[in-house]
Design a protein around this ligand. Structure first.
Ligand code: GLC
Length: 656
């Protein structure tokens, strides 16, 4: 007897009746109606299941399904022709964002170019670096004054007037597409600014909008929730609830008091955010960086992160988006433990389409940990334990980003390699703040928590790798080491699998920027020390042989070129960290179904190192050829592979 999946049956029926309505639309020609219906059929089951999971007990799923489909069809109907061509291409080439040609660059439009409209003047520069994906940091209209770097959005449908206008965004997307580049933009799903029209309406007493937020008349529930919540900014914004007089009570504010968490248990929020995403997709966005997604769903007695409903909501949003704009993908910003991270890529009991990309936070943290300790065992251990992402998805890999580094060292992994997790975390904090004897780093502490003793780290990559200190001291050997360290880290992110992101300024070795201290809206938040203004004068030195800028820039250009010729590096394969007999040498193997093997070795120490050649055979490259390295062709002496201090090598099998 066949098992009847009632969700699937209902979804089919709902899709069929939605298709009938699409068929009646006279504003769309037959081909358009046909393609919309085909997509609808493709996502209906996922959308239905997700809605039932979140709202099954509280709302009419059929009605909600219809409402969301209506929004998607309306957006599909007005989608500009140039973006529809992109939809068609990417429905044919669904792995477009997994290609080895993908290289990202992350910057603030104003700090990089002045205004949004001026970013296009620098596309040659990005092209030179091999960039094919540009992530512009928050650019939607943010509240005045403190706004958490633009993550307190007052209007999702306008570009921040300090940066430009929506027309500038559309024009930039056109310029990027003409060059084969894509545009990534942040959408903050978890909260709005208290100045957003929804929040203002709520404060004015509008019940509909009051239900957009979590509001509590007294401290009873906030206190109950707080016993298991984790504070994001314990230092500058303690607690997760703020007393708001106009609301007559307490509002949930996970981050700052001016960032109000949205209540996703209300389906109106899902509908409103779906509209927002569809609108921005039609303005030309290719990749949405979905900010702070683990926090979307609240459940008493938990840390209110990574709840099953948060995943289902992302699945629903994706399904809706796919009907109107299949060219567009989701990138999850989920800075959570490795076991909690991979599900954002759809890795549940079975694969369920969710986000297409996610930040590989664990790799980033482990790179810095290994750099400080000169020991790769913790990195190897923790990466080996991770489930690989589903084949349709991939990582974005990165060395630095606009946020602090939170020392996500799991107790189990630390113990497995004989480390005391607490002591190691403290060591990392001290090391990167330059407090540890002999430390080359010049970062700073972020959000030190006097209760737990925990702290995180701020600082530009050039400051954390020793470049800044060496430049200040005129120390040529230190500078050489610092540059090699920075390139070593990037060599891993460029070849680990996924889209590598270059964080603006790293390509030139720009150090910490203290100018934020003079701005009262920024001074409280020292993450601004690593959000530099582009130094175009230093950028001008990138072709100057022997200059710091030239050495780093050329190093990254070479990595990009080598990457483009290595199909093993495209997303969708499997990356596996391998044990070697040298605790300083990090080894990882890539295998992609459509290509051969790939092995990288990276020496995380100040001294020459070697590891046994058995790693070559284990990675399928017993007779290796060098695809790229810091120091010429791979050097093998007897049964040892030799590596220079802070050196790396990328190997593929010699064609036989
Ligand atoms: C994300 C952003 C971070 C911001 C937070 C709240 O984690 O990366 O900069 O403070 O969300 O929006």
């Amino acid at each position: 007897m066949a098992v009847v999946d009632s969700d699937a049956v209902r979804a089919r029926a709902a899709a069929a009746s939605a298709a009938e309505r699409v068929a009646e639309r006279t504003d769309l020609d037959e081909d358009r109606r046909d393609e919309i219906c085909a997509r609808l059929e493709g996502v209906a089951a996922d959308l239905w299941r997700a809605l039932r999971q979140v709202y099954g007990g509280t709302h009419d799923i059929g009605e909600l399904f219809d409402r969301l489909v209506e929004l998607a069809v309306a957006a599909a109907a007005v989608r500009p022709a140039r973006l529809r061509r992109l939809d068609r291409r990417r429905e044919i080439d669904q792995a477009w964002f997994l290609r080895e040609r993908m290289i990202g660059y992350v910057c603030y439009a104003d700090r990089f170019a002045g205004r949004l409209g001026e970013v296009a003047d620098h596309l040659d520069y990005l092209g030179e670096l091999g960039v094919t994906y540009l992530h512009l940091m928050p650019l939607l209209s943010a509240r005045e004054g403190e706004n958490d770097g633009g993550y307190a959005v007052a209007d999702y449908r306008e570009v921040d007037p300090r940066l430009g206008r929506l027309a500038d965004l559309t024009a930039l997307s056109q310029d990027l597409h003409a060059r084969g580049m894509s545009l990534c933009v942040d959408v903050v799903l978890n909260h709005t600014a208290r100045e957003h029209a929804w929040a203002r309406a709520a404060m004015a007493g509008d019940e509909t909008y009051r239900r957009f937020y979590h509001v509590f008349a007294d401290r009873r529930l906030p206190d109950a929730y707080s016993t298991t919540l984790w504070e994001v900014f314990p230092d500058t914004a303690p607690g997760s609830f703020s007393c708001v007089e106009e609301m007559g009570g307490w509002v949930w504010t996970t981050f700052h008091d001016y960032q109000w968490d949205l209540n996703w248990a209300n389906p109106d929020v899902l509908a409103a955010m779906s509209e927002t995403i569809l609108f921005l997709a039609n303005a030309g966005v290719d990749v949405f960086r979905l900010d702070a997604v683990p926090f979307l769903w609240k459940r008493i007695g938990t840390d209110c992160q990574n709840q099953p409903e948060a995943h289902a909501l992302l699945q629903a949003l994706r399904a809706v988006l796919r009907v109107a704009a299949p060219a567009v993908v989701f990138k999850a910003e989920a800075i959570v433990a490795p076991d909690q991270l991979v599900p954002y890529l759809g890795a549940h009991q079975t694969y369920v389409p969710e986000c297409d990309l996610a930040y590989h936070n664990q790799l980033m943290v482990m790179l810095w940990s290994s750099l400080a300790s000169r020991d790769v065992r913790l990195m190897t251990q923790s990466l080996r334990r991770m489930t690989p992402p589903p084949q349709q998805t991939s990582w974005v890999t990165y060395v630095r980003c606009h946020d602090d580094i939170g020392w996500a060292v799991s107790d189990a992994d630390a113990h497995a390699v004989g480390l005391d997790p607490r002591a190691h975390r403290r060591f990392l904090v001290d090391f990167f703040a330059g407090r540890h004897p002999g430390s080359f780093a010049r970062g700073a502490l972020f959000q030190e928590n006097p209760v737990t003793g925990d702290a995180r780290t701020c600082g530009a990559a050039a400051a954390l790798t020793g470049i800044e200190l060496a430049m200040r001291q005129g120390d040529a050997a230190g500078l050489q080491a610092g540059i090699r360290r920075l390139l070593l880290l990037y060599s891993v992110t460029y070849s680990f699998g996924g889209i590598p992101l270059v964080y603006s300024g790293d390509e030139l070795g720009l150090g910490n920027d203290t100018s934020y201290l003079a701005d009262p809206g920024l001074a409280e938040d020292n993450r601004w020390m690593h959000r530099p203004f582009m130094d175009w004068e230093r950028a001008g030195r990138r072709h100057l042989e022997g200059s710091v800028e030239g050495r780093i820039f050329a190093g990254l250009v070479q990595m990009g070129q080598a990457r483009r010729d290595l199909p093993a590096l495209r997303g969708g394969g499997v990356s596996e960290a391998l044990w070697t007999d040298d605790p300083h040498v990090f080894a990882y193997h890539r295998k992609h179904p459509a290509s051969g093997d790939f092995l990288a070795l990276a020496n995380f120490s100040d001294d020459p190192q070697s590891c046994h050649t058995s790693v070559l055979a284990a990675a399928g490259v017993p007779e290796p050829q060098t695809a790229l390295s810091s120091d010429g062709p791979v050097s093998i002496a007897g049964d040892r592979v030799l590596l220079e201090p802070w050196g790396f090598v990328w190997l593929t099998p010699r064609p036989g």
